[in-house]
Write a protein that binds this ligand. Structure first.
Ligand code: LIP
Length: 264
């Protein structure tokens, strides 16, 4: 068993346990803990508790590794490997009782900047459907033992997904991008969890996905799923506060990239 497979299996095991805790807490009732970048950007008590569980489990299994999570302080670690974690991606869905949320855990090497790191392994677990999407570098992406593959042909137009940040000031610009992307779309989804959007691209449930302003933990595991499923992922404007992530099958990715490249 190679190292990346061990990392992937650890990510998957911890993501499942974390997802079960999130589902239990959701059933008991969600409690808002704080707001972050804006009033719409929330963190629940469950986000913090679930991240604590993930951090404890990863530290126990691999004490020297670093940690970069959405809800707690980063730790650089000593091994060159960092765990990049979103305990509940799709927090707003979670708070509203919409079942589209996921635990996202990835192991990356080198930098903790998404355009620079080397993603080694990742898992996205959706508690509501009990689906574990996982990938290891060079070993493909899988769901329930089946190898995942992105879509290639989109004769009826691409089924696309996107998302919007929490800052209302950015909505007009994002909607202008959506308007342009619709020229190659059969339809558009906004399901509310970037990690699941990317997992769905990997699984061929979406043809492409684009979003500005994602954080490293939103995309770390999902981007590896897409590339290991034969797709392409690009992050543009990496110096900006709102980099643009584009993911999809090769053709859809390239067409989306050309459309976004037209932005002034
Ligand atoms: C959220 C996403 C959502 C995206 C938001 C945000 P959170 O993550 O996954 O789809 O549009 O910008 O990043 O805050 O629920 O972990």
């Amino acid at each position: 068993m190679s190292g990346v497979i061990e990392l992937r299996d650890l990510a998957g095991e911890v993501a499942r346990e974390a997802g079960e805790l999130a589902r239990r807490r959701r059933a008991e009732g969600v409690h808002l803990a704080a707001t972050k970048s804006s009033l719409a950007d929330i963190v629940t008590e469950a986000d913090r508790e679930v991240e604590g569980l993930i951090r404890d489990r990863l530290r126990a299994a691999r004490p020297g590794d670093g940690f970069l999570g959405e809800e707690s302080a980063p730790d650089a670690g000593a091994t060159g490997i960092t765990w990049v974690v979103d305990p509940i991606d799709g927090t707003v869905n979670y708070a509203y009782g919409i079942p589209s949320y996921a635990v996202s855990i990835a192991a990356v090497r080198g930098s903790t900047a998404p355009a620079e790191w080397e993603a080694l392994a990742g898992a996205v677990y959706a508690p509501a459907t009990d689906e574990l999407f996982h990938a290891a570098k060079g070993e493909g992406a899988h769901l329930a033992g089946m190898r995942l593959s992105v879509t290639s042909e989109t004769p009826a137009g691409a089924l696309l997904a996107t998302g919007f940040g929490y800052d209302p000031a950015t909505h007009d610009g994002d909607l202008a991008t959506v308007r342009r992307a619709m020229t190659i779309a059969r339809d558009l989804r906004r399901a509310g969890s970037a990690a699941l959007d990317l997992a769905f691209v990997a699984a061929g449930r979406l043809d492409g996905y684009f979003e500005r302003g994602l954080k490293p933990w939103d995309l770390a595991a999902g981007a590896l799923l897409v590339s290991e499923a034969g797709g392409r992922v690009t992050i543009l404007d990496t110096e900006s506060t709102r980099p643009m992530l584009i993911a999809g099958g090769i053709r859809v990715h390239d067409r989306l990239r050309a459309i976004v490249g037209e932005e002034t």
